[in-house]
Write a protein that binds this ligand. Structure first.
Ligand SMILES: *Cc1c(COP(=O)(O)O)cnc(C)c1O
Length: 666
């Protein structure tokens, strides 16, 4: 059974709990350690609970109820989804890495609250270090002497990290307009300030809305210094209050735009393939989903830079500020990778035309794959060296996208997805931590006035984490999980990357074998991979040979899938494999793509078109099977067959049965 996967054996509890003894021994040790810790905190006080109390009738009754409920829960949990098993290839779940699982369980006993250092003297620093570990993996700078310094922290998940990206961008984007209004209010107009070297009042609203973070910081400092020289330090407080009063965070979106009627509300551009959290984010921030612009995807289900350029041109022409352009690294449905490098090039060009926008990468799924590209010394592996390891991965486009990450403004990444740590653990990582001075809920006049930015060192400020993030109380246990995982498996090609390489190998094996199967079964069905996998997700469209009706194809697909889905009222043990599905939405595909895919799967392109006379229930999507190939044991062979072989064999048998149901009575 020895093969290239053997190095992974100690990483996980295992599909059959193979490492149970080690796992249990470590847990017991850490639980005991915790109890000793309790006993060592003022042992002179003596016990508050009498050991004999366990014999009291009330205690007996309580313990009885507790046990009853715990056993019932534990029993019911047997209907949970067996994420840990290589027969599970559905959503973005697999077995958990033991270091993080044990770290999280043990830390939970101490229940640290990472909202501030006061509640988490140990784990708050671990959280900030986890942020640095992720930042390093992406190629961000961490040396404060060497330019903008990155920081990152954990969130409940990718959704909140995405909200936070918008929240951060907003705090910078609207600052200049607020500052100008505040200065006007106190009748102050400094000459020659900011990047354009002119009077504050001479800046147009458009100019103020299109300054980079660095330029806004420069403007803020110039104005503050000028104010202090002109009016003296005693007047600081009033001016700071005026600035706060004029900010969008104070006025609210409606109030702000009422006051600045010459400004259009900002838009955010995301690819049509983006996660639905972006829509929620636009609602949460009050910008509205009408201002979420969906950029077309190309034939690889990646953001189409040509269409992004069209959208940007239109925004420039209509003077609509662009708050951010989002690229997705590992789309939730297809695992595809947007051209981050092209987005950054377009921003350079846009800046040349007086516009600007933040660039955020939603790498909730694909972010950890950066570890495969990262050398232990921090450099990037060469493309040539990587191509020696894989058959297809990474394509030139994918390689360039990962290489460009170091230059984006912020990144969402989910340790609870491809980081193999327990929920809840998402992360938000920003390239330039100075952005937090625009976020803080505290009276931030020290920073607003640039009086002494270094008065409180950034590292110390961030220990008041709750001031700078969307969430409040939050689990230190998650921070411990993520931190310990990264310590045991550093985020580079020889650490974490080795594990993730296996998922790409699994994907390549799956892809190659699907193509072979498609050929072998072409007389029965058309099996199409609508987008070549960029990472470790593969989707399949399956259509009975000769069928040209989309409705029939979707019906067949759903039937095929029905045996592979989790049903809350059925024991999971009856499932042979668990996969997931998704829909290729007509709305999200440009005309040419919709036509190409329809033709490839053999359906009439007319039936995949939104028209009043066609049942929209079927015309608006193509049902496809979706497989997330992140389980470490997918290529493990039993009797010469990998789990991938077994799954495809099962799929083939299902297809045959559905096409030729056994005659009744046989
Ligand atoms: C999963 C995912 C999200 C949302 O993350 P949660 O952790 O579920 O909140 C956002 N974006 C992408 C691309 C994702 O894959």
């Amino acid at each position: 059974m020895s093969d290239s996967l053997d190095f992974l054996q100690p990483y996980f509890l295992g599909p059959q709990g193979e490492n149970a003894q080690m796992f249990e021994a470590l847990l017991v040790e850490l639980v005991r350690d915790h109890t000793f810790w309790r006993r060592n905190f003022h042992p002179e006080d003596g016990p508050s609970i009498r050991t004999s109390s366990q014999h009291a009738p009330e205690s007996i009754e309580f313990v009885d109820r507790m046990k009853t409920e715990l056993y019932a829960l534990s029993g019911e949990l047997k209907r949970a989804v067996p994420f840990f098993h290589p027969r599970y290839i559905g959503h973005m779940n697999a077995d958990l890495l033991m270091p993080g699982l044990i770290a999280g369980m043990a830390t939970m006993l101490y229940n640290p609250n990472n909202v501030s250092e006061e509640g988490a003297p140990v784990t708050l620093e671990k959280e900030l270090e986890a942020g640095r570990q992720l930042a390093r993996m992406f190629g961000f700078n961490l040396d404060p002497e060497a330019g903008p310094c990155a920081w990152g922290h954990l969130t409940s998940g990718g959704t909140v990290a995405n909200y936070e990206a918008l929240w951060n961008f907003r705090s910078v984007k609207f600052y200049g307009v607020g500052l100008q209004a505040a200065a006007a209010r106190v009748d102050f107009d400094p000459p020659e300030v900011g990047p354009l070297g002119k009077a504050l009042s001479a800046y147009t609203a458009w100019e103020l809305m299109n300054l980079s973070l660095a330029s806004i910081i420069e403007l803020r400092r110039d104005v503050a210094v000028s104010f202090r020289n002109d009016r003296g330090p005693e007047a600081f407080e009033d001016f700071a209050a005026a600035v706060r009063a004029e900010r969008i965070e104070t006025l609210g979106t409606a109030g702000f735009f009422q006051q600045h009627a010459d400004l259009a509300p900002p838009c955010v551009m995301v690819p049509a393939s983006a996660h639905y959290s972006w829509e929620k984010g636009m609602k949460v921030l009050g910008f509205g989903t009408a201002n979420l612009i969906k950029v077309d995807v190309d034939q690889h289900m990646r953001l189409d830079p040509a269409h992004l350029e069209v959208c940007l041109d239109e925004a420039l022409e209509k003077r609509i500020p662009v708050l951010a352009v989002v690229g997705v690294m590992g789309t939730t449905e297809f695992g595809t990778i947007d051209p981050i490098d092209a987005i950054l090039r377009l921003r350079e060009a846009y800046r040349g035309r007086g516009g600007d926008f933040g660039v955020h990468v939603d790498a909730a799924w694909g972010g950890y794959l950066s570890s495969v590209f990262r050398l232990p010394d921090g450099g990037m592996r060469s493309h040539a060296a990587m191509r020696e390891t894989f058959r297809h991965f990474p394509s030139h486009q994918v390689y360039r996208a990962f290489g460009a990450l170091a230059d984006v403004d912020s990144i969402t990444v989910d340790p609870h997805k491809m980081g193999y740590v327990p929920y809840s653990a998402g992360a938000f990582v920003a390239r330039d931590r100075r952005v937090v001075d625009f976020i803080t809920q505290k009276a931030a006049y020290v920073f607003d006035l640039g009086g002494s930015e270094e008065a409180v060192p950034m590292d110390r400020k961030l220990r008041n984490l709750g001031q700078y993030i969307l969430e409040g109380s939050k689990p230190g246990a998650s921070a411990a999980s993520v931190y310990v995982t990264h310590k045991v498996l550093p985020l580079h090609a020889e650490g974490f990357g080795r594990l993730l390489e296996q998922t790409v190998h699994a994907c390549e094996q799956f892809y190659d074998r699907v193509l072979a199967m498609a050929k072998r079964l072409e007389h029965l069905v058309r099996i199409v991979v609508p987008f070549e996998p960029d990472t470790n997700l593969v989707c399949l469209a399956v259509n009975p040979a000769g069928n040209s009706s989309l409705a029939e194809m979707n019906r067949f697909g759903r039937e095929l899938f029905s045996a592979m889905k989790v049903e809350p009222d059925q024991p999971v043990q009856v499932k042979r494999f668990i996969a997931s599905y998704t829909s290729l939405l007509r709305d999200n595909l440009p005309e040419a793509q919709a036509e190409r895919i329809a033709t490839e799967v053999g359906i009439d392109p007319e039936s995949f078109r939104l028209r009043p006379d066609v049942d929209a229930g079927e015309a608006d999507h193509i049902f496809i099977l979706r497989h997330t190939l992140m389980n470490p044991w997918l290529r493990r062979e039993h009797d010469g067959q990998s789990y991938i072989d077994r799954y495809l064999e099962y799929l083939e048998a299902r297809i045959r049965t559905l096409l030729h149901p056994p005659a009744e009575g046989v």
